[in-house]
Design a protein around this ligand. Structure first.
Ligand SMILES: NC(=O)c1ccc[n+]([C@@H]2O[C@H](COP(=O)([O-])OP(=O)(O)OC[C@H]3O[C@@H](n4cnc5c(N)ncnc54)[C@H](OP(=O)(O)O)[C@@H]3O)[C@@H](O)[C@H]2O)c1
Length: 328
């Protein structure tokens, strides 16, 4: 496993992180343990979760949220200090008007709930899950800064931010001498390249770490879904993941796969291995958060992750993506 610096910080993160959105949602504690064991075995040191991850995301029941953190709390026993634990706050975790968002009230309550479920006294990377237009950044960043000073958080990050939102937050942190967001977690893969337009040029000028989520397009870039065919049992499409359904409907995914597959085959790699190596060929990426529902997903996908694509391959992919209007 190779390690990269998280933006301007001194923190070294594995170039592949483990995402645990599946824990407690699509896989049980036993299967989650097998996935976590494998991740630690291959040298992954970043484990990403969120206060909201759990079965409730699919069935709309807020009592069934937080299961991913709860499972991690159980299965990280004795290994907490071997990993960097990242979680998130903002999405609704209850029906109350203050059960979501980035108010000082909700943040303080949410982190205490996360710490309790995770059975730990600190979060290494605490990320706001998205922009909250109803709360001033002064309030959010002030609350997060308090938690850093209390020792509950080591580093601050954000997720799903537009470039202007991150730039504004950084300006407010600088003005009030508050800890700033040192990383951003956007969706990024061969089929979702929107961040190249604004966010990436910004983070490069301000040395912000990028932890990319869904690098395999939620499974699409393994080639497991075929047009007009039923998804395999046990897959996330079969389980009805909404965002995955939307990606398949709205993006030219099948056309892209048809064009990229021969490039992967020319190297003797699977599509998933090629998709991951493509992400990691970009130096602005600190880490790509892989999702896995089986331990072999990890070993298989990361097999060639230490190898970089050639400039010729990167240019060819850009040309294909431009033709399919995935980039401008
Ligand atoms: N900040 C946010 O808003 C946000 C949003 C989404 C995700 N995330 C984070 O990013 C993490 C990763 O997201 P993701 O799960 O969508 O990432 P992904 O790596 O794009 O997709 C993972 C899925 O691909 C399939 N897969 C992976 N390796 C495979 C292999 N070798 N062979 C066959 N199939 C394989 C599995 O699907 P099946 O399980 O269907 O077999 C797996 O669940 C999440 O766990 C979460 O931590 C963050």
């Amino acid at each position: 496993m190779q390690y990269r610096k998280l933006g301007r910080t001194g923190l070294k993160v594995s170039q592949i992180s483990l995402g645990t959105m599946a824990f407690g949602r699509w896989i049980d504690e036993k299967a989650s343990t097998a996935v976590l064991d494998q991740a630690l075995d291959v040298g992954i040191n970043v484990i990403d979760t969120a206060d909201v991850y759990g079965r409730g995301m699919d069935v709309g029941d807020t009592n069934l949220l937080g299961e991913s953190e709860a499972i991690l709390g159980n299965i990280l026993k004795g290994r907490r200090n071997d990993i960097l634990l990242a979680t998130k706050v903002k999405a609704p975790v209850g029906k109350g008007v203050n059960d979501s968002g980035l108010s000082r009230y909700h943040i303080h309550r949410a982190i205490d709930n996360s710490l309790r479920r995770l059975k730990t006294d600190h979060i290494d990377l605490y990320q706001v899950h998205g922009f909250d237009p109803e709360t001033p950044f002064e309030e959010t960043l002030g609350a997060l800064d308090e938690l850093v000073k209390q020792g509950k958080i080591r580093y601050l990050g954000c997720s799903n931010f537009a470039a202007w939102q991150l730039a504004k937050a950084h300006g407010i942190s600088a003005l009030h001498k508050l800890n700033r967001f040192e990383s951003v977690q956007p969706e990024y893969s061969l089929i979702t390249r929107d961040i190249e337009q604004e966010l990436i040029p910004y983070v490069q000028t301000d040395n912000v770490g990028v932890i990319a989520y869904s690098p395999l397009g939620r499974g699409i870039l393994t080639g497991k879904y075929r047009k007009g065919e039923e998804p395999e049992a046990g897959s996330r499409l079969a389980a009805g993941e909404k965002r995955l359904e939307l990606l398949l409907k709205t993006n030219p995914t099948y056309e892209l796969i048809e064009k990229i597959q021969p490039m992967a085959a020319a190297r003797g790699w699977t599509l998933a291995q090629f998709a991951l190596a493509w992400i990691l060929s970009h130096s602005f990426i600190s880490s790509a958060i892989l999702g896995a529902s089986k331990p072999e997903h990890i070993t298989d996908a990361i097999r060639f992750a230490d190898q970089r694509l050639t400039q010729e391959e990167l240019d060819r992919i850009d040309e294909i993506s431009r033709n399919l209007k995935l980039i401008r």
